[in-house]
Design a protein around this ligand. Sequence first.
Ligand SMILES: CC(=O)[C@@H](O)[C@H](O)COP(=O)(O)O
Ligand SMILES: NCC(=O)COP(=O)(O)O
Length: 242
Amino acid sequence: MTHLSVNLNKIGLLRNSRGRDYPNMVVMAERVLALGAFGVTIHPRPDQRHATYQDAYDLKSLISRYPGRELNIEGFPDENFLKVVLEVVPDQCTLVPDDPNQLTSDHGWNLGRDQDVLRPIIARLKDKGIRVVLFMDPDSESMQMAKNIGADRVELYTEAYANAFSTELENACLAQYQEAAQAAKNAGLEVNAGHDLDLENVGKFCENGLITEVSIGHALTAESLDLGWDNVVKKYLSILTQ
Ligand SMILES: CC(=O)[C@@H](O)[C@H](O)COP(=O)(O)O
Ligand SMILES: NCC(=O)COP(=O)(O)O
């Protein structure tokens, strides 16, 4: 079984496009929790184009009413982001090496270069009891270093898998991810995954039982335009609990 954390970034994008509080982030979050999702994720970027820092506080209030469910806040650990995370104290914080002007997340950490910067940041978050996840490419060689600098989990960046799915490259690509996931487990890390996962490709990715949690938002929101929000969430939950 793999936990589903619904990424609400695109709810924030739609909300922000009209300058009103509709759709409401907390209402949409509570709907997925009521359906059985394990948690919700937001990725407040420096320009707050979609999820905002205020959303983090609001979702923390919500999740505190759902014992056993989790709030995951993703982002680049600049001082504004860290201030919010250290005040909100989510269950999990996923550190992502994004530049402010990136369209979306498109790479994992280079720990050989970034380890000395990350180590004290990880320690500050863990001192508050926050589980720390590093957003990583599927590189088996980097998993022990992720553990050595204090990470609790890695999140495998799955865009390459999504692109390979249903092509002749799928099996080789999936094997690389499974090798990286096993290397992470061998290093004492749990394994999350996310980016461009969808109803078609998520089941194959998680069937090996190595993935603790997937965070899914973009495709889930787009699929909801055809199938309905609640129906899509139920479909993901059905796939992930098989
Ligand atoms: C880290 C990652 O791959 C996603 O969680 C990220 O949040 C996507 O960000 P956008 O929703 O801004 O594309
Ligand atoms: N970390 C991945 C995530 O939270 C959602 O990514 P996507 O499903 O919006 O591509």
